[in-house]
Design a protein around this ligand. Sequence first.
Ligand code: ZN
Length: 170
Amino acid sequence: MKKILLVLVVAVAMGCGDTKKEENPQIQIGTQEDGQTSSTETADEAVATVTIDGNDQMKYNKNEIRVKTGQKVKLTLNHVGKMEKTVMGHNWVLLTQDADVAAVGLAAATASETDYIPASMKDKIIVHTKMLGGGETDIIEFDAPAPGTYTFMCTFPGHYALMQGKFIVE
Ligand code: ZN
């Protein structure tokens, strides 16, 4: 039902103020219907959409994120504060299960030239966003790793003590 309504709305919308009434609605119905079916059916199952905020109080708004095995994860990090990246930078870094959070945090503290992503810990980092300042956003997409519990953290110097949480793949 939704699909039919949608196509009708599109057809009506295309019809309004469009001089090529006869061509466009036909093209629209054919492609729109097929595309819509496959993308909506797979979107819910295949993609986990996650949003997490970091603020000027050095906190994330989530300490746990859950996704399912086999999902693609689309993660949005928002820095909802006002402070600059050099003072209150936030990123979102997902660690491997065998990573030592404190060791990564320590190595990151001296890696300012690489946005606090330490080269020596590359094999402990699955994926990471950019380092953000107040008002900035970064979006990353990655495949959920194998089932298990992982740690995510902010690698800005001194932040991981407060800014870390669990990333659980079910
Ligand atoms: Zn931070």
